[in-house]
Ligand binder design. Structure first.
Ligand SMILES: *Cc1c(COP(=O)(O)O)cnc(C)c1O
Length: 725
């Protein structure tokens, strides 16, 4: 790539606990993404927000209530160089953004992460009103006006900042929908140069990629049309289109949906695990009901973690001694990790014991002592309700028996923050604190305060088992279990997110949750499966030592877990996947669309407008399976025939297919070719196939689908149009 490579926008970045501008997994992922890009020398620039007060520090009071503290962020303490961005004259670079009829100014902090620069916008500028100076104080405000303001600052302000710095990215990566207003600002800039709206949209779309992280509709950012009008009333026209057309890019159920905007303005969309890719297709299918779920153009790139950030120092030294000398540069190569199998059992076990001791000391936990124990199970992440922190307490008496065996003690360590406006999440914390004081669980259940990256490192390195019990399929990926696996901590998890593809039957434990739609039933089944694993497999294996000090079977599992998971679930593999699947295609597409004064973009724009305004004339008039005595039928083949009314549209600008269900989760398709023109705009299409995977083809309905196509489209359903019959 030339120019300025890739720009990566995210509302949060978790680089280090000293820079508290992240709330959870999304931010950590963004931080790990840019660290890996720096390691791999990928030309990437980050754009985010500098939250002046950061995400809150958590205190939990006597009654288990979460208190929110906002100490000043101490930039001196950052392990990364953080500087106020200044121009050539030493003056702070100030960006102006339009906000609800006024101008708001922002300054920028730059953070250097190796070769990658991260720019963070902040509105605490003297020229602003007092309330505007506070706009970027906190992360994910509950107030919708502050929220849309932050998103305008991130998307529009971030784009203006890049322009001011002369950075011309080839690929724009939107990490979650919060930053998607950047696409409108790019269209506005092109429009100011005289590029028509539809052409500008194609240029922007060609070079933009979007990663969605949210599997449930309620998780997507939505603004009312009224609020959009207030903030964008004076902006729509600057894009060279009318209000309705601009709003149509994000319109969903009568409101403006940021995920919808991001999908409308990207040429590549991905979910963050294979399962999440499927769940996202299911979700988007509701938006595009005429396109079968399987055909919805959503790819997946499974999340990973930055090995250098999350690996325990002691374990790194052990790996340095046993793995190839350049292993840190080759963490995505499975062969590199196979050397872990040859590490003497006692060395790996002792290193794990050191990490465990370090964690216990750091958290000052008064644990029951026994020769070999206790076995420590960790559960730490945001206290969002779908993560079901209380699932393991579903049958308190049974759990008390499991934890309380004096010969085989087991402890649970919890940690996590609930968002300040998440009441039910805070209630979970209160309940766990209460349970930790319950006579039945005394000395067995602990809650560690103020979960952040430093605490996360201690926990994923120092516990024995990492527990994860989300309500399937709500965990898009999850990454903390990947951090645990890298450190030889064994995962016990619902088969959701990354674990559905990471679990191989030998590298940890799986709770094979069925997606029920009946949450209570699902919880009941998952609880039973979890208790059985603890009672019958996990605890017996941990304490099975004979007269040795090292639990051999357990250490074998640790090795299998490291060897099978560490090479795959890291951000080097992940960023390489983004490079190959998303960045390279978007870069060449973007360049092609803007070359020669936007020639391809304007052709595609004109073509789409023509198709859209003539699509009303497209109909499937007749669809048949030809009878067996037909002369056309070939041996063992099913022949389809359809009459298609195309009106003004050329027969080579559509794809005609027979489409059916295979009776399971898949679909089959047979392409039909034009064989005859019956009248002006009326064609006969035919096609045959010998692999229709259903026995009852004669009884099944034949569905014929017509879709507009173009060699310039990024995918088969770029226009989201299809006519069925
Ligand atoms: C890794 C990490 C997360 C993400 O946890 P999940 O298991 O993916 O929910 C959240 N918070 C912190 C501090 C982390 O380090």
């Amino acid at each position: 790539m030339q120019n300025s490579g890739i720009v990566y926008f995210s509302a949060e970045f978790g680089l280090d606990e000293s820079l508290p501008i992240y709330s959870g997994g999304l931010g950590i992922l963004a931080g790990d993404h840019i660290k890996a890009a720096a390691d791999l020398n990928i030309p990437l620039t980050g754009v985010g927000i500098f939250y002046g007060k950061g995400y809150f520090q958590q205190r939990i009071d006597e009654g288990g209530s979460q208190q929110h503290l906002y100490p000043e962020v101490d930039l001196e303490a950052s392990v990364y160089p953080v500087q106020l961005l200044r121009d050539d004259h030493g003056q702070p670079v100030i960006i102006a953004i339009p906000l609800n009829g006024r101008q708001v100014y922002a300054k920028t902090w730059s953070v250097q992460v190796g070769s990658v620069t991260l720019y963070l916008l902040n509105t605490d500028v003297e020229w602003n009103s007092d309330s505007d100076r506070r706009l970027t104080d906190t992360l994910y405000p509950g107030d919708q006006d502050i929220r849309i303001s932050q998103e305008i600052l991130l998307g529009i302000g971030g784009t203006r900042l890049l322009a001011a710095l002369g950075i011309q990215p080839e690929v724009w990566h939107m990490n979650e929908g919060h930053c998607a207003f950047l696409t409108l600002e790019r269209i506005r800039m092109l429009s100011a140069e005289g590029v028509p709206f539809e052409t500008a949209l194609e240029v922007v779309k060609a070079s933009t990629v979007f990663t969605t992280h949210t599997p449930v509709p309620a998780g997507h950012d939505v603004f009312s049309i009224d609020r959009m009008d207030r903030y964008f009333g004076d902006y729509y026209w600057q894009l060279g289109a009318d209000r309705e057309r601009v709003l149509s890019l994000g319109l969903m159920d009568g409101a403006f949906n940021m995920t919808r905007l991001a999908v409308s303005t990207s040429s590549k969309v991905n979910g963050v695990s294979k399962l999440h890719g499927e769940v996202t297709r299911e979700l988007f299918h509701k938006w595009m009901p005429h396109i079968p779920q399987k055909d919805i153009p959503v790819d997946s790139v499974t999340n990973g973690i930055h090995t250098g950030t999350w690996l325990a120092a002691g374990l790194k030294e052990l790996f340095d001694r046993h793995l190839p000398s350049d292993w840190t540069l080759q963490v995505a190569e499975p062969e590199v990790w196979s050397a872990v199998r040859d590490i003497p059992h006692n060395e790996l076990w002792e290193e794990h014991q050191r990490a465990k001791a370090k964690m216990l000391e750091a958290f000052d936990l008064p644990l029951p002592s026994s020769d070999a124990g206790p076995l420590i199970i960790g559960f730490a992440r945001r206290f969002a309700t779908y993560k079901r922190a209380l699932l393991i307490f579903s049958e308190p008496e049974r759990l008390a028996r499991i934890l309380g065996d004096p010969h085989r003690p087991v402890c649970l360590v919890f940690a996590g923050k609930a968002h300040p406006s998440d009441g039910p999440g805070q209630e979970l914390i209160r309940r766990i604190v209460e349970l930790s004081r319950d006579e039945r669980f005394r000395g067995r259940v602990y809650m560690v305060e103020n979960y952040a990256m430093d605490k996360a490192k201690m926990l994923v390195q120092g516990v024995d088992v990492w527990l994860n019990t989300p309500l399937k399929p709500m965990e898009a990926s999850g990454t903390s279990g990947q951090k645990a696996a890298l450190n030889g901590v064994l995962n016990c998890s619902v088969l959701d997110g990354w674990w559905e593809e990471g679990y191989n039957g030998r590298n940890g434990w799986a709770i094979e949750s069925a997606i029920e739609g009946d949450y209570e039933l699902q919880a009941k089944q998952d609880t039973e499966a979890l208790y059985r694993l603890l009672e019958e497999e996990i605890i017996p294996m941990y304490y099975n030592r004979g007269d040795r000090t090292v639990p051999t079977e357990w250490v074998n599992l640790m090795k299998e877990s490291i060897c099978s998971l560490a090479p795959v679930y890291n951000t080097h593999r992940m960023v390489n996947d983004y490079w190959n699947k998303m960045y390279v295609p978007a870069s060449s597409r973007g360049n092609r669309f803007s070359a020669d004064n936007f020639e391809v973009a304007s052709r595609v724009a004109a073509y789409k407008q023509f198709i859209r305004s003539n699509w009303y004339g497209v109909h499937v008039k007749k669809a048949d399976i030809l009878p067996e005595d037909s002369t056309r039928i070939e041996m063992n083949k099913t022949t389809f025939r359809a009459e298609i009314q195309l009106g003004a549209i050329w027969h080579k600008d559509v794809r005609v297919e027979a489409v059916g269900s295979d009776g399971r989760r898949g679909i089959w398709k047979v392409i039909l070719e034009p064989v005859q023109q019956q009248a002006k705009g009326l064609y006969v299409y035919e096609g045959a196939s010998s692999n229709i995977p259903t026995n009852n083809i004669w009884e099944a309905d034949v569905n014929v689908r017509v879709t507009p196509i173009s060699p310039d489209f990024a995918n088969d359903f770029e226009m989201e149009l299809a006519a069925w019959g």
